[in-house]
Design a protein around this ligand. Structure first.
Ligand SMILES: [Fe+2]
Length: 330
């Protein structure tokens, strides 16, 4: 094993460069990588010329080091998945007939490093934790680059563990007793407001997908460290733990897609959390595999010139891993 190790921003994020597909299958390397991931704020990248040819089964095996790879079929996305594997293709690639082969969403390209920091006026970049509206939100994701444009399409990561540690004690005490109310109906209606083709939940679907509540300050089950948590497009209110949102407030949140102003207590922190002290701007090279931990990071996508260039990424979702519990107990 001949790779070099480089931290990305202080103690946040780590890159192992010169990694081979053989390394990824090595148990010792896997254990080392998992520990590095945990100790560097839940952001680990592996890079190497050999990884450009990584096969789907190899990527699934490597991803399983960090969590249980989610294997449920997403019917709506099936045509965008690698056949037979729980891998979603993301990007602007098309087949010969012009049909999209991957999930694609246009987002603004970064114009300067200043654009990394969350801008409260534009609400961009869209920094978030994935899928907090789900009963058991995914613990992380793995992203693998198959085709990269020469510029743009960086993925942004912020260290919510470091950011929480840097807050004053009064702010920490204000945040710790809070919960974020995360609702799929709110998420879908919010997107529908600016993209009218986006479907909203039927009353039946709304009843079947009640809001999920997550702590605003999450204790990481492996490291035991505290991190800011719970900001997603589905976050419609922030309340004291156990405090109920009135039916009227819930209707406004879900049916009109309007966020309660209580969410500002987290959103107002975003310019601080996404400043240079806590962020990594990841510029993709073909073959890169990045694993991130949703429990102590937030992330944001950035755009590229999709008329001129092609991009293809493979993405897997990680659920809670029994091994993480072993780590806590050992
Ligand atoms: Fe995301």
């Amino acid at each position: 094993m001949k790779y070099t190790t480089k931290t990305l921003n202080g103690n946040f994020g780590i890159l192992l460069d010169g990694v081979t597909r053989c390394d990824l299958e090595n148990r010792e390397f896997q254990t080392h990588a998992y520990d590095l991931w945990t100790n560097h704020g839940g952001l680990l990248a592996v890079r190497g010329d050999d990884l450009a040819d990584l096969r789907p089964e190899e990527l699934v095996a490597w991803s399983s080091v960090f969590g249980d790879v989610e294997n449920t079929k997403m019917a709506a996305r099936e045509s965008k998945m690698i056949p037979g594997f729980p891998i979603l293709r993301i990007g602007n690639i098309k087949d010969g007939a012009g049909n999209r082969l991957a999930q694609f969403a246009k987002v603004p390209q970064l114009q300067s490093d200043d654009d990394v920091r969350y801008n409260p006026e534009t609400r961009r970049p869209v920094w978030h934790t994935d899928s907090t509206f789900r009963r058991n939100p995914p613990i992380g994701s793995v992203f693998h680059c198959k085709l990269a444009p020469p510029e743009g399409a960086e993925t942004l990561f912020a260290d919510t563990r470091g950011a929480f540690a840097g807050l004053d004690e009064a702010t920490k005490s204000t945040l710790e007793p809070l919960e974020a109310v995360c609702s799929l109906a709110h998420h879908d209606k919010k997107i529908n407001r600016y993209s009218p083709d986006y479907p909203v939940l039927s009353p039946e679907q709304r009843a079947a997908n009640p809001p999920n509540r997550v702590p605003v300050v999450l204790t990481h089950p492996v490291s035991g460290e505290l991190a800011l948590y719970g900001l997603n497009s589905s976050t419609c209110a922030v309340l004291a733990k156990g405090q109920a949102l009135s039916d009227e407030q819930m209707d406004i949140c879900d049916l009109e897609g309007i966020e309660d102003k209580s969410v500002l207590i987290i959103r107002d922190l975003l310019p601080y959390v996404t400043g240079p002290e806590f962020t990594v701007k990841w510029r993709w090279k073909v073959g890169d595999v990045v694993a991130w931990d949703n429990r102590c990071t937030i992330h944001a996508a950035t755009g590229f010139d999709d008329q001129q260039y092609s991009r293809e990424m493979w993405r897997l979702t990680l659920l809670n891993k029994a091994r993480a519990v072993d780590h806590v107990l050992s």
